[in-house]
Design a protein around this ligand. Structure first.
Ligand code: C5P
Length: 295
């Protein structure tokens, strides 16, 4: 018996970052959106914990440091049971790209093991376990479009009446999230407490790309560009190709291009494909972690 759960990548339409807290995290005022790039996680009962990738990918740990194994261990500890599983991950989300792929795997593992072992974990407990695993894990459970506060782990669904089209350009070389936050601290020693502006809520309710374009913001962008200045060329190429707005995804180095519609997105992707063979088109918003097959 095995269960497969699919979990989406996230982007941050708005990422306001406040001053570093005593615990090392930063207070966020963020708007998450789940986009149609997915990891599929298949869990099967086993003698011991293991992680298997459907194809080898550099930068994804296969030992206990993988967030999916931590998720499994946390779920087992929560229920006080002695079970283990083999966790197979089929990655469709760029690795170390600022799209929360590891968080998606952790969220998918929680849901998959809950179903496999028929634990009946409440939504509240799943969200609490998710928050203990990482700042972005609760949103991977919830999906759609949502506000994130605290260090990002407090998630509130938002009304989003748009059908958004994004071009996503992954980068060969990942970036570590802590290094980007450290660069942010260097560049902004005392930033103001962040807040999501009314214009963002309004743009989501109206579903008009031109309105969203003036509301998006990523406070980590200058830190990411400080570490990877060459990304500026990609952002400019996307604008020249006809995107409405170009931005860094979360802590990067993946970059995002908001497009008018599906045709516009395909045209922008085609123009960027030359230097970036991994370029993708993704629709949004999409669902959070959900079961796709039992076997
Ligand atoms: O929560 P998560 O494990 O994903 O965070 C990874 C790292 O990113 C943290 O150790 C911290 O350096 C940084 N971070 C932060 N403030 C946040 C979220 C993450 O400084 N709100």
């Amino acid at each position: 018996m095995s269960v497969t759960v699919r979990a989406p990548a996230k982007i941050n339409l708005y990422l306001g970052v406040g001053p570093r807290r005593p615990d090392g995290f930063h207070p966020l005022a963020t708007v998450y959106q789940a986009v149609g790039l997915y990891d599929d996680v298949t869990v099967t009962d086993a003698e011991d914990w293991s992680v298997v990738l459907s194809e080898p990918i550099a930068g994804v740990p296969l030992d206990d440091s993988n967030l999916a194994v931590k998720a499994g261990r946390a779920l087992v500890a929560h229920h006080g049971i002695d079970r283990r599983a083999r966790i197979e991950i089929h990655k469709g989300i760029p690795v170390a790209g600022g799209m929360a792929g590891g968080s998606a795997d952790a969220a998918a593992t929680l849901v998959a093991l809950d179903r496999l072992w028929e634990l009946g974990t409440s939504d509240h407990d799943l969200l609490t376990l998710a928050a203990g695993l990482g700042s972005d894990v609760p949103f991977a459970l919830v999906g759609g479009t949502a506000a994130g506060s605290g260090r990002g782990e407090v998630v509130t669904p938002l009304q989003d009446d748009g059908s958004w089209w994004w071009v996503v350009v992954p980068d060969d070389e990942g970036l570590s999230t802590p290094s980007v936050y450290a660069a942010y601290d260097r560049l902004h020693p005392s930033p103001p407490v962040p807040e999501i502006p009314a214009v963002m809520y309004d743009a989501l309710r109206r579903g008009v790309p031109d309105h969203l374009a003036v509301a998006v913001r990523n406070d980590l962008e200058d830190a990411t560009l400080d570490l990877r200045p060459e990304l500026e060329d990609t952002l400019q190429a996307g604008m020249r190709a006809g995107a409405i707005i170009a931005m860094v995804s979360g802590s990067g180095p993946t970059t995002l291009y908001l497009c008018e519609d599906a045709d516009n997105a395909r045209a922008v992707a085609a123009a960027l494909r030359d230097g970036h063979p991994d370029v993708r088109v993704a629709a949004a918003p999409v669902a959070g972690a959900h079961v796709v097959s039992y076997a």
